[in-house]
Design a protein around this ligand. Structure first.
Ligand code: GDP
Length: 334
């Protein structure tokens, strides 16, 4: 049975990946930080096959012990301070976990299992936020980086150190430059889930409006369930490499509102949406759209869920969730 070790197991991608690898017959280990991490008991309840291992991306000796315990064939580093808005307020913490955390994990891999006959294969969760103020459109593996937030800067360091360790020490280390990927497990602080959850609550009469920042920025939004397959595919190749993972389509926040409100039969969302500068960022990423040709041709990967299906899936999930929580009947599909 192959063994996989995942950091960020309690997050959206960690949960999708754990499920995916379990389906492929892997033994799955998930790193848990802190004492009594409440999100871990949720994960253990939902995914009883995940074996929790203590460790923290801020603490190299703990990573060495975690790898010695799990003895993985594959390590997926999905753990990070992942919310761009928060990274402006906690920039140093973001640099430490999202950036230096990658270096610590690479060092731990070198110490524990980088040079055996069956060296550990490493996946780094790089991000389209590294492109920031984009230098070309669409963005590919060769597009220069110009990050616009402490999160983006930390991800650039993580990406570059991953490439550097691959070139310096011959590690099997891959970076997936994933564009935004969403789904019902997305945190409520991200704009897609904030909108789909608010739309469900508005439809049920539990909320009257949703307050947002800019409505003009454009994102290449895909489905997280599709994207974790790409992570795994990268580690099954003969040689390590970096890949852009994206849908190749871009939409504004206004498009997201159109689609989400339409899913509950509301044609004009303007009466329900207010803008507040407190949700605007000191520097913004205006446009992201990825070219995943390399992943398509070399990994045989393609996204299966399109934008409309994704948003509708999230709204329907949130309708069910909110109705159940408040003991209400789920409205019929519009
Ligand atoms: P990001 O691309 O990783 O920053 O993902 P987010 O979902 O946090 O933000 C996507 C875009 O939505 C950014 O351009 C945000 O500025 C914009 N946005 C507008 N209003 C909001 C809001 O209320 N919350 C969040 N999270 N983003 C918002």
């Amino acid at each position: 049975m192959p063994r996989a070790f995942i950091t960020g197991i309690t997050g959206q991608d960690g949960q999708h990946l754990a499920e995916f690898l379990h389906g492929k017959g892997y033994e799955v280990f998930g790193m848990v930080k802190g004492q009594n991490n409440p999100r871990m008991s949720q994960v253990v309840e939902e995914f009883p096959f995940v074996q929790p291992v203590p460790g923290d991306l801020a603490d190299l000796p703990s990573l060495v012990k975690a790898l010695e315990m799990a003895q993985p064939d594959e390590v997926y580093n999905l753990g990070a301070i992942s919310f761009v808005a928060l990274s402006f307020n906690q920039a140093e913490l973001t640099a430490n976990i999202t950036g230096l955390g990658v270096l610590r994990m690479l060092e731990a891999i070198r110490m524990v299992g980088g040079h055996t006959n069956n060296p550990i294969r490493f996946y780094q969760a790089s991000s389209s936020e590294m492109f920031g103020k984009v230098r070309e459109t669409p963005q590919t593996e060769l597009t220069p980086f110009h990050p616009r937030s402490p999160y983006g800067c930390a991800k650039v360091f993580g990406h570059d150190i991953c490439v550097n360790y691959r070139e310096s020490y011959d590690l099997f280390a891959c970076s997936g430059i994933l564009f935004n990927h969403e789904g019902p497990r997305r945190g409520l602080e991200f704009v897609t889930r904030k909108v789909t959850n608010a739309v469900a609550r508005i439809k049920l009469g539990l909320q009257s409006e949703v307050v947002l920042g800019t409505l003009d920025t454009k994102r290449d939004w895909g489905y997280a369930g599709d994207y974790v397959e790409a992570m795994w595919l990268m580690l099954q190749q003969d040689r390590p490499d970096d890949y852009v993972i994206a849908t190749g389509e871009t939409h504004t926040i206004a498009d997201l509102l159109d689609r989400a409100f339409a899913a509950v039969g509301i044609d004009d969302w303007h009466p329900y949406v207010r803008q507040d500068p407190k949700f605007m960022r000191p520097a913004e990423v205006d446009l992201l759209i990825g070219d995943a040709t390399k992943a398509r041709t070399q990994l045989g990967w393609t996204p299966k869920v399109d934008f409309d299906t994704l948003v509708t899936m999230m709204v329907e999930h949130d309708l069910q969730l909110e109705a159940t929580k408040h003991g209400m009947p789920v409205p019929a599909r519009s």
